[in-house]
Design a protein around this ligand. Structure first.
Ligand SMILES: *Cc1c(COP(=O)(O)O)cnc(C)c1O
Length: 387
């Protein structure tokens, strides 16, 4: 599409034309047989994408923050203890939500750009009897990837429920909800799931549902209460009509299309493709002489890259890159907001988009007066993509 810019931010991302077509189709009744079939299928597909055959999917109108709210509201009662493994902005948000529902929150922190070690997480779990531990799989503010498998498996030994904020990871980073002992994995439609903003998506495992059923007090939030949504999700999957609050019908239909595409690619192939795109972008950024926020390569996320502005360049760079056809995101973490920017590379993003992005970044750096060898970033990225 001439004149259209490539949207390479960590959500919303670029969406597939087949997904957008469904968004624009005539809206049906939420209890029309065609829609019941679509919603039922979307829920079944969520279970496959989450790799949680024993999980209960929920899809409601809202954003990722609502999915966080839903997880916490249904599992936390006042006075419960919660451990937040804090890797940045969205871990802080999770802590605020936990506190809003009356949890006593402790944090395990690491210096900005780093993540706690498994020993530090285990030591923290030893300190108190936590009902819930929360992990931000990819903290979008730092580009740091959690050691999710190791941390989540610990929570099984400690009988602590693990809530994973997978908003910037699910359907892109390796995440095996059932095998890794993750009790709730949540996301939003507009990131790697590949659907315009508007759906809060969550899969709850058996231990989470059991803890929910043992609650003593009612859920302190009307809209997200699983007592209201569980019968609705079960009904749609059984291809029966149900109503609590009107589902976002066009978004649900778009979700079904996108999940179908994700499963057609295959989860293993998808994880692998995101690793490769990430390596290409990170190699390009390094070849251009830019540092990154994550302290080490092996803890960097594969869904986004967080490069630091080089000496003498500031956020004006993003305007130059935009003029060259690609939209990138500025900094988000309050402590370093003006020192770095973010490149999202998830979902339908392909190798051509990666090269276009690095090309635009080089043009932007040139316009910003930065001294580098033109083409160095492109060559580094291409080397990984051709591999
Ligand atoms: C984007 C994001 C959120 C917030 O999602 P919204 O849809 O903006 O409410 C939460 N956590 C992470 C890790 C995110 O990347």
């Amino acid at each position: 599409m001439k004149g259209r810019k490539l949207l390479m931010i960590p959500g919303p991302i670029e969406f597939d034309p087949a997904v957008m077509e469904v968004m624009g189709a005539a809206t049906t009744s939420h209890v029309a047989p065609e829609f019941i079939e679509i919603f039922g299928q979307a829920l079944e597909r969520m279970r496959q994408v989450w790799l949680a055959s024993d999980g209960q999917p929920f899809a409601v109108a809202g954003s990722g923050t609502l999915a966080m709210d839903m997880a916490v509201a249904n599992l936390i009662e006042p006075g419960d203890r919660a451990l937040v493994i804090n890797t940045g902005f969205f871990s802080d948000r999770m802590a605020s939500i936990l506190e809003r529902y009356g949890a006593e929150v402790d944090h395990v922190r690491a210096p900005l750009g780093d993540r706690p070690s498994i020993e530090e997480v285990e030591a923290a779990l030893r300190r108190a009897n936590y009902k819930v531990m929360t992990i931000t799989h990819v903290d979008t503010s730092t580009g740091v990837l959690a050691d999710l498998e190791s941390w989540a498996k610990l929570s099984c030994q400690w009988e602590t429920l693990t809530i994973v904020d997978g908003v910037c990871s699910l359907a892109a980073e390796e995440l095996r909800q059932q095998d890794w002992c993750v009790d709730v994995a949540l996301t939003a439609s507009q990131k790697a799931v590949g659907v315009p903003p508007g759906l809060a998506l969550l899969v709850a495992g058996p231990r989470a549902l059991e803890a929910f059923r043992r609650r003593r007090r009612p859920v302190a939030n009307y809209y997200v209460d699983w007592n209201s949504w569980l019968p609705v999700m079960e009904a749609y999957e059984a291809r029966q009509r149900a109503y609590f609050a009107t589902p976002a019908t066009n978004l649900v239909a778009a979700l079904n299309v996108s999940l179908g595409q994700i499963l057609a690619e295959g989860m293993e192939a998808r994880f692998e493709r995101h690793c490769r795109m990430s390596r290409a972008v990170k190699a390009a950024v390094s070849a251009l002489g830019l540092d990154q926020v994550p302290a080490r390569d092996d803890i960097a996320a594969h869904t986004l890259t967080a490069p630091c502005y080089p000496e003498g360049v500031d956020s004006g760079l993003l305007g130059h890159v935009k003029a060259a056809g690609v939209i990138l995101a500025g900094g988000l973490h309050p402590d370093i907001k003006t020192e770095y920017f973010r490149i999202g590379h998830m979902g339908v993003t392909n190798f051509g988009d990666i090269l276009a992005t690095i090309g635009a970044l080089e043009q932007g750096l040139m316009a910003a007066g930065y001294d580098f060898e033109p083409g160095a970033g492109l060559a580094a990225a291409q080397a990984f993509l051709l591999d």
